[in-house]
Design a protein around this ligand. Structure first.
Ligand SMILES: CC(C)(COP(=O)(O)OP(=O)(O)OC[C@H]1O[C@@H](n2cnc3c(N)ncnc32)[C@H](O)[C@@H]1OP(=O)(O)O)[C@@H](O)C(=O)NCCC(=O)NCCS
Length: 179
């Protein structure tokens, strides 16, 4: 039976309730039972400080039965280039096009804002994320090394290139105008 997925998009700073929900989701997504854990409170603090003062913030959330199953977050201080810095889909909702739909909505919004590029960093061995980005027209623009962290691949999409299909601007809800 097809599963119904609801998509919401938000412009500007997220509400405290959403920050808490996102932090819980990210904590579940990136904590492993025997390995490193992501503390939702610490993540919420980090997220808040990343987004505060950012002139452009765009978030996409996918829900099933009211529960978050996917998200895509990004922000920017630069009117030319939008940084898509976090994304993920619950294991049970993967390979059903959720990440692709969230990426598509982010891109439509970025085009409507006049951004020329979307950039993102992906760990070198994250095949799923790299494949998704390549499929959506990103290219490798460099690598990023940081002490004690995995090599990251910097990927970029040039929005000035002609689009293959016409895509509609999504409706944003709970919109807090950010500029
Ligand atoms: C990467 C991720 C977000 C993909 O989510 P998803 O909803 O399953 O992706 P989609 O179903 O929209 O897939 C779109 C495309 O991505 C690629 N893709 C997705 N999962 C893949 C996998 N496991 N292996 C290879 N390619 C994959 C494919 O190109 C796919 O297109 P196709 O179905 O036509 O082959 C998900 O695997 C995830 O949450 N991973 C853990 C979190 C993470 O690594 N986040 C990024 C770091 S911030």
């Amino acid at each position: 039976m097809p599963v119904n997925t609801d998509y919401e998009t938000f412009e500007g700073m997220l509400s405290e309730d959403l920050i808490a929900e996102v932090a819980e989701f990210v904590s579940k997504l990136f904590s492993s039972p025997d390995g490193p854990k992501v503390d939702p409170k610490r993540y919420a603090t980090r997220l808040r400080s990343n987004l505060i003062g950012c002139p452009w913030v765009f978030s996409g959330i996918a829900r099933r039965d009211g529960r978050v199953v996917g998200l895509k977050l990004g922000c920017s201080h630069d009117p030319r280039s939008f940084d898509s810095y976090m994304g993920g889909v619950s294991p049970t909702a993967r390979r059903q096009g959720v990440a692709e739909e969230l990426a598509r909505r982010q891109e439509v919004w970025c085009r409507a804002q006049g951004f020329q590029f979307i950039t993102t960093e992906t760990e070198y061995d994250n095949r799923a994320m790299m494949s998704l980005n390549l499929k959506r027209g990103f290219y490798v623009a460099g690598t990023v090394t940081a002490r004690r962290a995995k090599l990251k691949v910097l990927m970029e999409k040039d929005l000035r290139e002609p689009q293959e299909t016409s895509e509609e601007t999504p409706q944003t809800v709970d919109c807090v105008p950010s500029r």
